[in-house]
Structure formats: C-alpha cells, structure tokens
Write a protein that binds this ligand. Structure first.
Ligand code: ADP
Ligand code: ASP
Ligand code: MG
Length: 814
C-alpha cells in the first residue's frame, strides 16, 4: 500500500488535475490511496463567504459564485460531453447544500465552529468527487471513499482531536475488503463519534494521508505539492534555498512546527512510530528527487539543516517582582491559556524568574491578555505582578538541525549575523532537544533575516551585496562598467555576488529588487521615476535587504548629510564625496560612531589619492598599534599636473585650461588651485590618524592673489590668471634657479597642519613625481626616519572608480 497526497495547487484546475492523473497512472502496480485537498484557494473562499454571511453581508454570494464557477469550469474542461451532465448535476447538488448552509448563517447572523467545519469540508468533498470521476473516465480503476467515514475525532469542532483507536479499526476494516487499485479520499475532513462533520486544521490533508498510511501500514507516504521538497528555507522568500535530499522525522517536525508550511506539523507523528518513509515531491516537476524523510540519520557535517519562520506572532509577557520564588505561576499561566485553546509557540523565562515571555499567534493575543489579567487579578491588584504586556507585529525564525547540539557557537553566529544586519531580537529560545534555536524578531525583518541566515549557514561561499548607487556621472558610469565586467570574476573567484538594486542621478532614480541589468542601466534609468533624495532613502530602508551598501559618487552636500540615516539602519556607506569627512569634527565622529554601533562599514578610501590604498594602509597601521607623528604629501593630482607642465615656455592660464579640459581638475579649477581640496584631504588623513582637527586649523599659504581667489566664475578666474602671468613666472623662475621643482605640499607635524607651494630639491621623494601622481610619506613610531611611502596615480575617473570598487570588496570581507 502506498499513499499519495496532492495539495491545493496540485489540483487547482483541470490542467493540474491532468498531471495528477499522469503521476497516479505511472505508479507501480499495487494498491494506492490518493488523498486530495480542495482546489487551491477554495478553503479560503469558503471561510470568507461564511464569515461575510454570518455578518449578514450579502456579498458572500459573490464568493459562493466564485466557488461554483471554479468547480463547474474544472469539470467542463475535464469531462467528455457524454459524462458531463451527470457529473455537473452532482456538483450542483453539493453546491446547493452549501448555499443552504450559508443562507442559514446569513439569516441567523452568526456561525458556530460546528457549522464552519461542515461548510469548509465541501472543498475536499467536491475535489475528491471530481478527481475520482475523472480517474474513472480515464480508465483508472478508482473508487471514492469519504474520509469522514474513516477518520474519527472527538466533538471538539474547529479543533478536533483524532481518536486513533477507532480510526485505525475503521481503516483496517474498510481497506481489508476494498478491491480497487485506487481509492480516492478527501483530505482534511473527518467526523465526530456522533457523526458531525469535523476537520483536521488548516493544511490538514497532509495529516489525513499520514493517518491513513499508519492505519494501513503503508510502505510509503508521498506528499505531492508545488515545490520540489522541503527546502533549506521557504523558497518563496529565499531564492538561494535548496531542496534537502534527506532529513529525519524530528527535523521535519521542527521545521514544520516553526512554519515550513510544506508539511502540516502533526503529519509526522502517525508515521514516525511505524517508520514509514515520507517523500515530498513536486507535481509540476515529478522527475525531481524531492525530499526523503526517515528516522534519524548519521550526523552530517552540516549542523543547521533548515531555517523556518512563523509570521503573525505576538509576545505576551508577565512580569513582576512578586513572581520571584513563587511556585505555580507558570502552571497557572499555561492552564489559563490552555483553557482558551491558545497554543504556545515559544517560551522564555529569565533565570531571575522575574518575567515569563511567551510567543503566540497574533490572533490569540487579545484573549490571552484578558484571560491572564483575570487569572492574575489579585496579584495585579497588589502590584506583585504588572498587567500583561502584549507586543504585536512580530515573527519567529528558527534554525533547525539534529546535530546542532554537538556544535558550539551556533547561536553566537546566528545572533551576530542578525545583529550585523540590524535585525533586532526580542526574545530567544532554545529547544530542550537542542534541535532548534529560535528568535522573535520584527515581522518586517523576516525576509532579510531569513536570507542573511541562509547566506551564513548554507552559502558560506557566496555573499550577496546589494548596492544603491547615487551619482552616475563620469566616475559613477565607470564604476558600473567595471562592476559589469568584474561580476563573473567576483562571483567565481571571490564568492561575492554584487547586485545594483537602486541607481539615481540628479534627475531620475530607479529601483529593481532583483538587481538592475548593468548592460542597459542608463536606458532603464531614463525611464525611471523622478529623482528624490527622501524617496531614495525610503526605498532603501523599505527594501530592507541584507548587506546593503549606499554608494555616493556625487560631490553633493545634501547627499553627504544623509549618511547617518543609512548607517543607523545598518546600511554601509561608501563614498568618494569628501564633504562628510571634512566638515566639522563632531559630524565626522558621529558617522564613525554610527558605523561602529550598527556594524555598518563607512568607507571613503577615494577621498584621498583616488584609488591608492592610503586610508586602508593607515587604518592597518593604527589598529596594529602604530602612531602617526608626521605626514608629508602631494595630494592634488590636478596641482601636480599643472606644476609639472608649467615652465618659461608656457603660460599658467593655458596649462590650467589644458588640465581642466583633460579632466584633471574639478569643473571649477579654483577648488583645486586655491588648495581647499588638498586641505580637505590632509584633514581626513589627520583625523583618520586619530587626531581631532578642523578645516580652519589648517594654514593655507595660497599662491593665488586675493583678487583671483574672490572671483565668482571660471571666466573671471581665468582672466586673473592671465593678468597675473608675471607672478606665476616669478614663482617658476625662483624654483628653477634653486634647482628645485614647485610642488603643492600638505604637511602635518607636531599637531599642526599646512598646505602650500614648496621648492622641492633634486633627490627629494617628491622631485620625480610625474603627471597627476600623488605621494604620501607617513612618519610613524615604527617608521621614524625612513617613512612609509605610498605613491601612484592619484586622480582620474578610472582609478577613482576602482577605489570605490575596492571599498565594496572590503565590505564583502567585513
Ligand atoms: P499544498 O497545497 O500542496 O499542501 P502548501 O501551500 O501547504 O502546499 O505548502 C507548500 C508551500 O510551502 C510552498 O509553496 C512554500 O511556499 C511553503 N514553504 C514554506 N517553507 C518551506 C520550506 N522550507 N520548504 C518548502 N516549502 C516551504
Ligand atoms: N484545504 C485545506 C486547507 O486549505 C486542507 C489542505 O489543503 O491541506 O487548509
Ligand atoms: Mg499544505
């Protein structure tokens, strides 16, 4: 004997029922019981219709009509014309009964659990009738047997408990004499000892099948559904989830208890004792192996087998100094809940016994609170216990695996993974079996929590980063193009999957949760919505994706002011915009602190020396205990270019113009020539070296005249450069007469900082600095005489883009 159960989606319409028939027909010879659910969605429709009818809302008829249409259409599509009329009239007669029941509820204006059980059972009664008749039409040797006559429960309508003794006898008697090769049985439905219709709970068709399997000593139970097995996490929420090949009964029970809907929680119990194997198979991909569930397996290398979650949870807590040392409080608490038929999903008790916290379904929270307040009314009135507290909007996530108990550090890994992604944990519980660790979190964080845990425990090798890029001008476009070219390499060699989820320039913005295709991002952006900084921040927060990184490739002040709002949501920030780190010290420090507090890296390597690894090197010096005593640097690629090309044969204005045209200066070259840009850079180096300093503390001996500095536009600025050519020639002449070159140098020494032009003699490290290169000399306690030198290309869109890229890779390894 073999039991096959087909779920709601598997029998949702005529096409699917045809697949069910093919799977059934391909079974090896031998007796088979086919358990079927209602057509997918019909149970919900029935419950909604009844609810509306009992509230005397006539729109219940619309739902009833939908139910009718679904069944009639399915039958019309399945049956040949000569069979149709008999079948359709039987369906209609069942639908008429249903209508009468609904009318009753409508007239009285209420419904009981008993009526609800009766109404809802029509879903399975109709589906099993249609399917058994279709099997017969297709030449299968099938008969229909009502599950009601086989599965007997107590009279607890709405929450019936199976009487296994009676049920097993009924089943044994029936199947002993049943000669059909195939017996179709409706799932979910049962009857009480007195004959009333009862049901086995939502999702209960799985349970029907398991009860029949145990009662008939079946050799196998197959659950056919819409996914290819039990997955490492719900595949609808975690794309990377994989079907598990083989798990134990206990693991399956824990997973389903904690929300893996693919198996109704009580299902395992009846078959476990008899060691009947359960397979979970996909009706739509029957060739897939699916998941096999049997008794305990040899311990596996992987300790965590699956992650599941339960939505719509409330936390109810009972607290008070009067609880300490008093026995019987928990007993009263659980008794009260049990009297109200409230199922407790999770319990935690502080070892101080000062409080007990329980997780229950949100729908039960109100009743739980009022009944507990009543039960503890005396203690509450004497202030020994506080009135019950209820927190809503929560969910439970659980890690599950048989051999978790043999491994230390799993809960640490679980909580630090969640913490890094700003998932706040409200309560924690570990099953006594140590087969699960569960945590209560905000319901809005479920998807992120599942994905990030899945990444930690199952995809140790692949980390996904989600990027939100603001500013796609010269550098931004280069960055995206580098990313596009490197994507495969990153995935294969570094095991990093980088996706760009959001892009914005000053006009348009675009979000795509599954990642923007980098081949055509510019076209997609043009068709995006109007850019809006607030909406962008909102979009990032609302998507709430793990490992999110905000990448600022603008030079915009308002954008720089928004970093705190990302960091405080654990969104990392990578920026080439110098404004945030060179504004007042307190704002800079605040961002650094937020980054620490929320475990969200804040990286700005490109603020100094474009792609050169200057800040990263500095950081490593400092964390390894070194101390910077002096810095000397040429930090402006633009100024270096200008003074490398300026001599007696050129004019200063012409050289600056050329530098501007070749993209070596800011669009407004005065920002470079005035030295302000270099001041910002040395300030950032000083701050990152651990010193407190403001921009106004840096001395700037400008080589520009006051008149030149106070010009308001490029044209006026260039005019002053032309007018003051003699002055620039003088600067050059003085230097070359001394056999020196002119370099714009930033210095930090003895707590003081300055920037300005200097004469650099032959033999000095700065003398041969070519093109737009940068050079930094760090004098530290470890390098007191011979400094640590970093030198290389310090300007240009390509190197800046690759510097941003490097920061992102640093975050991946964080
Ligand atoms: P059926 O109607 O066939 O009984 P269900 O909807 O009850 O199907 O169960 C299948 C669904 O369970 C899947 O479509 C999936 O969304 C959900 N599910 C939740 N967790 C898991 C998991 N860990 N593995 C597989 N499916 C899961
Ligand atoms: N039809 C019932 C439900 O939707 C039972 C089942 O499908 O397992 O809950
Ligand atoms: Mg189900």
């Amino acid at each position: 004997m073999k039991i096959l159960k087909f779920g709601g989606t598997s029998v949702a319409n005529s096409d699917n029922i045809k697949l069910v028939k093919d799977i059934t027909a391909n079974q090896p010879k031998g007796k088979t019981i086919i358990v079927v659910s209602a057509l997918g969605g019909v149970t919900d429709l029935l419950l909604t219709a009844l609810d509306l009818a009992s509230k005397q809302d006539i729109s219940y008829e619309d739902y009833l009509n939908q139910i009718e249409d679904r069944h009639l259409k399915t039958a019309q599509e399945l049956f040949s014309v000569q069979h149709q009329s008999k079948i359709l009239s039987e369906i209609k007669s069942k639908l008429n009964e249903l209508e009468t029941l609904m009318e009753g509820a409508y007239l009285i204006g209420e419904h009981t659990a008993k009526l609800s059980d009766k109404v809802v059972s029509y879903g399975e009664l109709l589906s099993s009738f249609i399917i058994s008749e279709y099997f017969k039409q297709e030449g299968l040797e099938a008969a229909l047997k009502s599950g009601r006559e086989l599965i007997i429960t107590n009279d607890n309508f709405g929450n019936a408990v199976v009487d296994f003794e009676l049920t097993n006898t009924q089943c044994a008697n029936f199947f002993k004499n049943d000669t059909h090769a195939l017996t179709v049985v409706p799932g979910f439905v049962s009857s009480s000892r007195s004959g009333g219709a009862t049901t086995l709970g939502r999702g209960g068709s799985d349970y029907t099948a398991a009860i029949l399997a145990a009662a008939t000593d079946a050799e196998a139970l197959e659950i056919w559904t819409d996914v290819s097995g039990m997955f490492t996490a719900n595949p609808k929420l975690v794309k990377q989830a994989k079907a598990m090949e083989h798990i134990s009964y206990e693991e399956a029970m824990e997973l389903s208890h904690f929300g893996a809907k693919v198996l109704y929680p009580p299902t395992v119990q009846p078959v476990l004792k008899k060691e009947i194997p359960i397979s979970i198979k996909n009706t739509f991909q029957p060739e897939k192996a699916g998941t096999l569930i049997t008794k305990s397996l040899a311990p596996e290398a992987r300790t965590v087998r699956g992650i599941s979650h339960i939505d719509a949870i409330s936390l109810v807590s009972l607290e008070g100094a009067g609880m300490v040392g008093i026995s019987g409080i928990s007993k009263r608490l659980f008794e009260t809940l049990s009297q109200e038929n409230i199922n407790v999903v999770l319990i935690t008790q502080a070892s101080s016994e000062h409080s007990i916290c329980i997780g229950i379904a949100a729908k039960d929270a109100k009743v739980a609170a009022s009944s507990l307040n009543k039960a503890f009314a005396y203690e509450i009135s004497t202030n020994a216990i506080q009135p019950v507290k209820v927190e809503d909007g929560l969910a439970i996530i659980a890690l599950i695996g048989d051999s978790m108990k043999n491994h230390q550090g799993l809960s640490g890994k679980m909580f630090s993974t969640l913490g890094k992604n700003n998932v706040n944990i409200r309560a924690i519980a570990q099953g006594a079996s140590e087969r699960n660790i569960s945590a209560v979190i905000n319901a809005l964080d479920v998807k992120k929590a599942l994905n990030t845990l899945h990444e930690t425990f199952f995809e140790e090798n692949i980390k996904q980063l989600n990027l939100f890029v603001m500013g796609v001008g010269n550098v931004g476009a280069k960055f995206l193009s580098q990313l596009r070219h490197q994507k495969e390499y990153l995935r294969k060699e570094l095991k990093i999957n980088v996706r760009v989820i959001g892009i914005s320039n000053s006009r348009k913005m675009l979000f795509q949760e599954n990642g923007i295709l980098l081949d055509h991002w510019d076209k997609a952006l043009q068709e995006g919505q109007a850019a809006d900084l607030e909406k962008f921040i909102f979009g990032v927060n609302q998507l709430n994706l793990r490992n999110s990184i905000f990448v600022d490739i603008t030079a915009n002040q308002t954008v720089a002011q928004s970093y705190g709002r990302y960091l405080s949501k654990s969104v990392s920030v990578v920026t080439c915009n110098k404004i945030a780190c060179s504004s007042d010290y307190d704002s800079y420090k605040k961002l650094k602190d937020l980054a620490k507090e929320y475990h969200a890296p804040f990286l700005f390597e490109t603020n100094v020396g474009a792609g050169l690894p200057i800040l990263d090197t500095l950081k490593h010096l400092i964390i390894s205990g070194d101390k910077v005593t002096k810095i000397q640097a040429v930090l402006s690629g633009s100024l270096n270019y200008v003074f490398n090309n300026f001599d007696q044969n050129t004019t200063f204005a012409a050289v600056v113009k050329k530098a501007q045209e070749e993209g070596y200066t800011e669009p407004d070259p005065k920002i470079d020539l005035s030295g302000i840009d270099v001041m910002r850079k040395i300030l950032i180096l000083i701050r990152e070296s651990g010193y407190r300093m403001e921009l106004s503390d840096i001395a700037n001996k400008s080589f520009l005249s006051q008149k030149s500095l106070s010009t308001k536009n490029n044209k006026d600025f260039f005019e002053t450069l032309v007018a003051e050519e003699a002055q620039f020639q003088k600067l050059y002449k003085e230097a070359s007469e001394n056999n020196c070159k002119l370099k714009y140098v930033a210095e930090f020494n003895d707590g003081k900082a300055s920037v300005g032009l200097q004469h650099i003699p032959k033999g000095h490290d700065f003398y041969h600095l070519e093109g737009s290169d940068n050079i930094i000399l760090f004098f530290t306690q470890r390098y007191p005489v011979q400094p640590l030198i970093i030198k290389g290309a310090g300007a240009g869109a390509d190197v800046t883009a690759s510097g941003i890229f490097a920061d992102i890779i640093r975050i991946a390894n964080f």
